[in-house]
Design a protein around this ligand. Sequence first.
Ligand code: ISC
Length: 385
Amino acid sequence: MATMTKHLPASATVAGATPLLAFVSAGNVLLGHGQLATLPRGPAATLGARVGDFFRAAGPEAVLAGALPFAREAADYLVQPLQISRALPAAPAWAPLRWSLRHEPDAAGYAATVQRALDLMARPGAEPLTKIVLSRSLIARAERPIDLGALLPRLAADPAVTAFIVPLPDAGGAPRVLAGATPELLLAKQGRQIRSHPLAGSARRQADATADASAAAALARSDKDRREHVIVADFILDTLAPFCRRLSAPEGTTLFKTRSMWHLGTAIEGELKDEGISSAELAALLHPTPAVCGLPRERAARLIGEIEPHDRGFYAGAVGWCDGRGDGAWHVSIRCAEIAGEQARLYAGAGIVPGSDPWAEAAETGAKYAALLAALGIEMEEKRP
Ligand SMILES: C=C(O[C@H]1C=CC=C(C(=O)O)[C@@H]1O)C(=O)O
């Protein structure tokens, strides 16, 4: 049986201090304070077994929360908080920061990578690449450390997202967290009931109401975006079907909006055959879906590793929590940044299918930074040269 590491850091204190971890969505708050234990770390394929061992020892009331990295083979980081609270404490005021910004790559470099992927897709091969999600990152450096307690309510200002802050494993420098405002539910489980709400297919929101409605209507009609989306919804339905006695997407694909983006979304609901399977195990099976990786999954993941200039780390992974009954909620870790001290590394990706326009995809990734830019108080305008 896997062993647990237990330690009680000096910061293991009370509700009210900056939490160790947080999930905040409309009407739902889960804050974890202090770190009681760490789940032995491992790859996605062993998460279900490790979580099962953990709760057999820790009992049904315990909670594990944390992050799965993008790469299925890389080690996850889940912790058991010492204390849970369900209300947001009064937040410290946000003190505006001065920022220096560096793109990795910039829009032109990203568009060139997209073109490379499109060329690969056009080449006939034994294992055709149907979709790949390519990302880029933006390194933002402030003159002072970023105040996570003040950032959390700013991330949660949009009721359409789940704001989150989760600790990341020690990398030698300042303590690291992944903080974000994700709109995408990978998997939620309560008893036998499961839900997933994949998103793929995007358009930037517009300030003018008429232009905004036209952007949404164009997205709903877009063949490229619908193809991008259907691949994700079908992958999730196919992966979950063997575990379910009922599984459906009752409303079909609909438009979903955050404050900065329109998306195509599909609300999937199901009833498990065996409610004993944990939400963590199901999330680890689904992850990474073609909303962040591609199809076929292994080929897309390999190519992402080869052609993206940065390591995704915990971006485009999953963040969430699970209790001893297996209930829990796991979200796709997008619209997020890895934050350590005064630095935030923001990430944004876009799904590429035959017919994608490299510059339009670069603009889409620029738009997807908006949620984090607004929360961090960064003004950025990226112009096509
Ligand atoms: C990969 C990201 O978004 C995914 C989720 C929604 C829409 C997407 C798209 O239209 O490409 C992406 O699949 C990201 O925000 O970094």
